[in-house]
Design a protein around this ligand. Structure first.
Ligand SMILES: [Zn+2]
Length: 165
């Protein structure tokens, strides 16, 4: 059973097992977020520990992808994952990353300037812009936040609470 770990501002930081959540709670690193579903109650001879679906770290912590923009740096691995290893030019399998504005002409390794590309499209385009190379982008680059879905779920749990049967 997965437990969401957030910072004090309810921004998702991680997903952990209930065992890991139990450690965060007993060491008082985190607290249960009241109103979110009860995942499990752990009993020991001396204590009863409820574990909720969302636990919040008490100290300040920043969410890794919060505040990323089109100008933020993105690694090749991040871009390939964002584009699901599909070439932005021919939609074939991609394992390289193309700088839309070539690096040699000031293009940056940002979310907004990189797309997944297959070797042949990347090689053909070379140090040209797509327009110069006569190539169309099948999709526009965008900022990919791998935690977006988890964050949405945390907000739903936090704002709607949990109605037990
Ligand atoms: Zn291609």
């Amino acid at each position: 059973m997965t437990v969401f770990v957030t910072n004090a501002g309810m921004q998702i930081l991680a997903r952990v097992t209930w065992r890991r959540a139990a450690i965060l709670l007993t060491t008082e690193v985190a607290r249960n977020v009241e109103g979110t579903p009860l995942v499990r109650v752990v009993h020991s001879p001396s204590t009863t520990l409820p574990i909720h679906k969302v636990v919040a770290i008490k100290r300040n912590a920043y969410r890794p992808f919060a505040g990323k923009s089109m100008d933020s740096y993105a690694s090749h691995a991040t871009i390939l994952r964002r584009d699901q290893w599909i070439c932005a030019y021919c939609e074939g399998p991609a394992d390289t990353v193309d700088h839309i504005v070539p690096v040699s002409r000031g293009g940056r390794s940002s979310f907004g300037n990189q797309v997944a590309a297959c070797k042949s499209c990347n090689g053909f385009k070379a140090a040209r812009t797509p327009r110069e190379a006569g190539m169309a982008l099948r999709h526009a680059p965008f900022v990919h936040d791998p935690w977006a879905q988890d964050q949405k779920e945390v907000w739903e749990l936090f704002t709607l609470g949990f109605r037990s049967a």
